[in-house]
Write a protein that binds this ligand. Structure first.
Ligand code: ACO
Length: 352
């Protein structure tokens, strides 16, 4: 069976830098609080009505395609990971396909939030291994700033997230022992409501009955009606909801677990890792993972201070920066790992 490899990578972040200082003018927060709890100093915001998850993905994809030394015509499948799609449906996969003139090829959207890129890589890996596709475009792109609560009510969530996109081309490789060595995917829906965006969802009330999260459906008619009511908007129920402490607790447990799982599956040990690129959830989470694994700080790549948490885009953006900075070199053992809403988590071990 063929192995797959990352044959090209690219990323895009919007030009507009938004500092903690700027946020502190909109809500009751401080640079000190944000830096101490998350490590984030600034993030990028896309331009509303001019940019979107799809347009950012186009920029990142063009770079990945060029970096892989192929053209748009060579791409034979798209996998798009995002939690901030342009439309409720259809997904961004087909929009990206249209915008890049790659009409006709399959386009798959996946909804695995912070773990989206790892899930996407794993799916691409299987398709390449079976020989079905030869150049899969895998994208993670997020436009968080378009729907965050910029009042003090939303401060625990809003300060964390930023916009951006990352892309990779997954291809077959014949080089022995190189490429994607293993991927591991997990989920536990028991915790779905601890990090979620309920409305517009339409039917989430089924699971939220008798909780303080129950959406205010107002005077909706018995049939039909709306996905979003004025009452939901007034009560701030149309913004992401996060139980931060709960997320933190699980993240610091599941990240090391799934990294060790990838190492065990390939007979490697922690000391063999040349670079760990964790999903950029929070600098404190990355530091806890590093501590748990006993890795030196120069073996864990972090760029959250510049971009905040870009969810599905964070790993490909970080991977690109690590490669560009010469921190990931030919032959290195690179571990990618993620944890996020769902809860979902996963890892991917690559011989670069
Ligand atoms: N600025 C100032 N004060 C704030 C802010 C803010 N931006 N946000 C919350 N606070 C206040 C709260 O209101 C609370 O005040 P109170 O004690 O008067 O009620 C106090 O700070 C403590 O709030 P907590 O939410 O308990 O703060 P905590 O110390 O847990 O830190 C944080 C919050 C940073 C979100 C933390 O829980 C965390 O890191 N969680 C992990 C979640 C995460 O990283 N999510 C990223 C997305 S998910 C993912 O990618 C895996």
């Amino acid at each position: 069976m063929l192995n797959s490899k990352i044959g090209g990578i690219g990323y895009y972040v919007p030009e507009r830098i938004v500092t903690n200082e700027e946020l502190s003018k909109l809500m009751d927060t401080t640079d000190e609080w944000i830096v101490e709890r998350t490590g984030i100093k600034e993030r990028r915001y896309a331009v509303k009505h001019e940019e979107s998850s799809t347009t950012m993905a186009v920029h990142a994809s063009k770079r990945a395609i060029e970096n892989a030394g192929i053209t748009e015509k060579d791409v034979d499948f798209i996998i798009f990971a995002t939690l901030s799609p342009d439309y409720y449906f259809p997904g961004c996969g087909v929009l990206l396909q249209r915008e890049m003139g790659m009409n006709g090829i399959g386009a798959l959207d996946i909804r695995n939030q912070c773990s989206g890129f790892i899930y996407a890589l794993s799916i691409a890996d299987q398709f390449v291994k079976t020989g079905m596709y030869k150049n899969i475009l895998v994208v993670g792109s997020e436009f968080h700033s378009s729907n965050l609560d910029f009042s003090t009510r939303g401060r625990n969530v809003t300060v964390i997230f930023g916009d951006g996109a990352g892309a990779a081309i997954i291809q077959p490789t014949e080089e022995e022992g190189k490429g994607i060595l293993t991927t591991h995917l997990h989920a536990d829906g028991e915790y779905a409501e601890h990090l979620a965006y309920f409305n517009p969802g339409g039917h989430g009330g089924v699971f939220l009955k008798d909780t303080e999260l129950y959406p205010d459906y107002g005077d909706e008619p018995e049939y039909g009606g709306m996905l979003v009511t004025h009452e939901m908007i007034d009560k701030g129920q149309t913004f992401p909801h996060m139980n931060g402490r709960y997320v933190f607790k699980f993240a610091v447990e599941k990240f090391p677990e799934v990294i060790r799982e990838a190492l065990a599956a390939t007979d490697y040990e922690v000391k063999d890792i040349d670079m760990l690129i964790p999903h950029q959830a929070n600098l404190r989470i990355s530091q806890m993972i590093q501590l748990n694994l006993g890795l030196d700080s120069d073996k864990v790549f972090n760029n959250i201070e510049k971009y905040g948490n870009t969810t599905a885009a964070s790993i490909p953006i970080a991977l690109c920066e690590a490669v560009e900075a010469g921190k990931v070199k030919d032959g290195d053992l690179v571990c990618l790992a993620a944890f996020g809403s769902g809860f979902t988590w996963g890892s991917c071990l690559i011989r670069w």
